[in-house]
Ligand binder design. Structure first.
Ligand code: MRU
Length: 349
């Protein structure tokens, strides 16, 4: 019998109430739990850019609710509804470039509302956003089960960034598999890489897992290879911001290094991502736009400068792991071992 995973699913990144988007401010966690109230589409887009909410599925859900909120406001304004609302969708879609879930979710809303009256757009946009959130949660429970089945008893796992309830509609992608692996007794050791420079691993993944009562040890990003070489890690388990048609995977910077170490030292590398993260329109990883963020995110920490005056930094925040380093791609549609174009396209049909 599958373990009950709902006890591991305690927090929601996004809430839509009274036609307003509420976001748990992830910049402040774990020190403070404060929701940011976003009353305009510009505020929602800015919150996505500023990482108030982050994680590919969570930013998709947020954008969908932002679109629903915008529709209601545009109707109340009484201007040129359709033109103005399309401008809102474009603003949301430009908030971050790498995670395909953002534009995917906006396309879901746009397509569902095509040809409708303004009044119907208001209703259907919200229904579509609700459905995106519901389907993401359901996908995560399914992927948790499928991914955990790949893990042998007594395994150690290493995860990177935060892929839990905070990053999704709930439970998580890679973190859902880690949770299911622990619940089923297969995972004996959990390591989370700190994930410089925003520390999603240290701040968010540890916060989530410790609330679950799951034992987890934080490691420096560069420590992953050493742990793997020492036989402490049998599976590296990560999420994704975009999976290309050929199986190349964009994910948080540092993922590629773990994948290389896994292949070098005999551990396995698992990517867990809902189908909304699979981008059949992008043939391979070299075509993905990698988000570049402010160098100051590396040069200082919480306002304190850590590098010399005038120092320069290069701050791409995602990397691309080639498909040949991926041992398993877990989606809610099924598991692909050693993904490639043919196997992904077979699952797409
Ligand atoms: O910059 P972030 O925090 O949005 O990056 C998030 C990641 O890279 C996650 O691993 C990815 O979105 C998968 S979340 C289920």
């Amino acid at each position: 019998m599958s373990p009950d995973l709902s006890r591991f699913d305690r927090v929601r990144a996004v809430r839509f109430a009274d036609s307003v988007v509420y976001l748990l401010d992830q910049r402040l966690l774990p020190a403070e739990q404060i929701e940011l109230r976003c009353e305009t589409v510009a505020a929602v887009a800015q919150a996505i850019t500023d990482l108030v909410v982050r994680g590919a599925p969570a930013i998709g859900i947020t954008a969908a609710y932002g679109a629903a909120m915008a529709a209601r406001q545009r109707l109340a304004e009484g201007g040129d509804f359709h033109t103005d609302w399309q401008t809102d969708l474009a603003l949301l879609g430009a908030a971050r470039p790498t995670a395909v879930n953002l534009v995917w979710a906006i396309e879901q809303v746009r397509n569902a509302c095509a040809g409708l009256s303004a009044e119907d757009v208001v209703r259907v946009a919200q229904e579509t956003a609700d459905e995106i959130a519901r389907a993401d949660l359901a996908a995560n429970y399914r992927m948790a089960e499928l991914g955990a089945q790949l893990i042998e008893a007594g395994s150690g796992v290493l995860t990177h960034c935060n892929t839990g309830s905070l990053a999704t509609g709930g439970l998580g992608t890679a973190l859902g598999v880690v949770r299911a692996g622990v619940a089923s007794g297969k995972v004996s050791r959990v390591y989370a890489a700190e994930t410089r420079p925003w520390l999603q691993g240290a701040r968010l993944t540890l916060w989530e897992l410790m609330q679950d009562g799951i034992e987890v040890q934080l490691v420096a990003d560069g420590g992953g290879a050493w742990l793997i070489s020492q036989g402490k890690v049998q599976w590296v388990i990560v999420g994704a911001d975009r999976v290309c048609a050929n199986g190349d995977v964009a994910n948080k910077i540092g993922t590629l290094a773990h994948a290389c170490a896994a292949r070098q030292f005999g551990a396995k590398f698992m990517v867990v991502a809902p189908w909304s993260t699979v981008d059949l329109g992008t043939a391979s990883g070299d075509l993905i736009e990698i988000e570049q963020r402010d160098p100051n995110e590396l040069l200082s920490y919480r306002g304190t400068q850590v590098a010399p005056d005038q120092a320069r930094a290069y701050n791409p925040v995602f990397d691309v792991t080639p498909a040949r380093l991926v041992d398993a791609l877990v989606t809610e549609r099924g598991v692909i071992i050693a993904p490639d174009t043919a196997k992904i396209s077979a699952l797409a049909d």
